[in-house]
Design a protein around this ligand. Structure first.
Ligand SMILES: C[S@@+](CC[C@H](N)C(=O)[O-])C[C@H]1O[C@@H](n2cnc3c(N)ncnc32)[C@H](O)[C@@H]1O
Length: 292
C-alpha cells in the first residue's frame, strides 16, 4: 500500500479490500469496513455517508496499522475490540475467547427453559467475555446470575461487558476453578457452560488465527477434550435445585458421551437431549435433575 498521497475514504477502502483479498481473506470488504470504522471511531454504516471525505494522514496510518495486524493473523474482533453476540456488541481482546455463533444456540436454549425451571439463580461456568451471562441478563430481566472463570483477566473483561450493557448489578463474578469459589450449599435453577472442549492433540492443528491468538485455557479440554466436562457434570448435579437444568456446549462427536455423563450423575434420563447448531452439529447437551 503506497503512501504520500491524499486518500478519500472510498478509495482507501477499495484499496485495502483488494489488498486483503489478494492475501486470501474471504470477507475482505466487510473486514476492511469494520477496521476503517474502528480507526475512524465511527459506526460502520456511517462510512457510507462519507465516501468522499478526504482522510488525514493520521487516519490513514491508524487504519493501515489495523490492516497490518489483520494480515499478521490477529482476529478481527481483537483488532476492533468488539464482537457481535446475539443482541449485543461485546468488548473482547486476547484475554477472552471470541464468542462464537454456536454459543448463541446455548443462550437461546437456556431462555426457552427459564420459565419452566424452579425460581433461583443462574450460574455461568467459564464466563470468558461474559457472552452467556450478559446475554441472559439482557434477554431475561428477572434473571439473577453468578459467573465464574479460572482466569482473573477474563473476569475483568466480563465485568466491562456487564457494565457496558447495564446488567452489572444482576451478575456476581467469582474467580476460581469451576464451582470452587462458591459456597458448598449454593444451589442454582440453571447452570450454563461453554467449557474448553478441544482435545489437546488437536490444538496444534487449529487455524493459526485461533491457535496463536485465543487463550488456550479457553480451548484446551485435555486428552479427549472432556476433562473439564467430566468434572463439571457431577458438580453441577450437586449444585442444582430439584428439577434444575444444566446446559453444556460440546464439540462435534462429544454429545453421546456427555449425555451418558449426565445420566451417570443422576440427571433424569427423560429430560436429557442435545440441540444441534445451525450447521447440524449436535452442540448443546442438556438435562434436568429429578423434580421434587
Ligand atoms: C470456551 S471459553 C467460553 C467463554 C464464554 N463463556 C463464551 O462462551 O464465549 C471457556 C472459558 O472457561 C474458562 N475455564 C477454563 N477452565 C476453567 C476452570 N477449570 N474453571 C473455570 N473456568 C475455566 C476459560 O478461562 C474460558 O474463559
Amino acid at each position: 500500500m503506497s503512501d504520500e498521497r491524499t486518500w478519500k475514504l472510498l478509495e482507501l477502502l477499495r484499496e485495502a479490500t483488494q489488498f486483503l483479498s489478494s492475501k486470501g481473506l474471504e470477507s475482505s470488504r466487510l473486514e476492511a469496513e469494520w477496521m476503517l470504522s474502528s480507526a475512524l471511531d465511527i459506526r460502520r454504516i456511517d462510512l457510507y455517508l462519507q465516501f468522499e471525505k478526504v482522510l488525514t494522514g493520521t487516519e490513514v496510518e491508524s487504519f493501515r496499522s489495523l490492516v497490518r495486524q489483520r494480515l499478521a493473523g490477529r482476529p478481527l474482533q481483537y483488532i476492533t475490540g468488539d464482537a457481535g453476540f446475539r443482541l449485543l456488541d461485546l468488548t473482547v481482546d486476547e484475554r477472552v475467547l471470541v464468542p462464537r455463533p454456536e454459543t448463541e444456540i446455548l443462550v437461546e436454549e437456556a431462555l426457552t427453559h427459564l420459565g419452566e425451571q424452579p425460581a433461583g439463580q443462574i450460574l455461568d461456568v467459564g464466563c470468558g467475555s461474559g457472552a452467556i451471562a450478559v446475554s441472559v441478563a439482557r434477554e431475561c430481566e428477572a434473571a439473577r446470575l453468578v459467573a465464574t472463570d479460572l482466569s482473573r483477566a477474563a473476569i475483568a473483561v466480563a465485568r466491562v461487558n456487564a457494565e457496558r450493557h447495564s446488567v452489572a448489578e444482576r451478575i456476581r463474578f467469582f474467580c476460581g476453578d469451576l464451582l470452587a469459589p462458591l459456597a458448598t450449599d449454593a444451589r442454582f435453577a440453571v447452570i450454563l457452560s461453554n467449557p474448553p472442549y478441544i482435545a489437546s492433540t488437536d490444538i496444534p492443528t487449529l487455524q493459526p488465527e485461533i491457535r496463536d491468538h485465543e487463550p488456550h485455557l479457553a480451548l484446551d479440554g485435555g486428552a479427549d477434550g472432556l476433562d473439564v466436562v467430566r468434572r463439571l457434570v457431577p458438580l453441577a448435579a450437586r449444585h442444582l435445585l430439584p428439577a434444575g437444568r444444566l446446559l453444556i456446549e460440546v464439540g462435534a462427536g462429544q454429545s453421546d458421551v456427555v449425555e451418558s455423563l449426565l445420566e451417570d450423575s443422576g440427571f433424569d434420563a427423560s429430560t436429557i437431549y442435545t440441540r444441534a447448531d445451525l450447521t447440524g452439529i449436535p452442540r448443546v447437551v442438556t438435562g434436568a435433575t429429578p423434580g421434587r
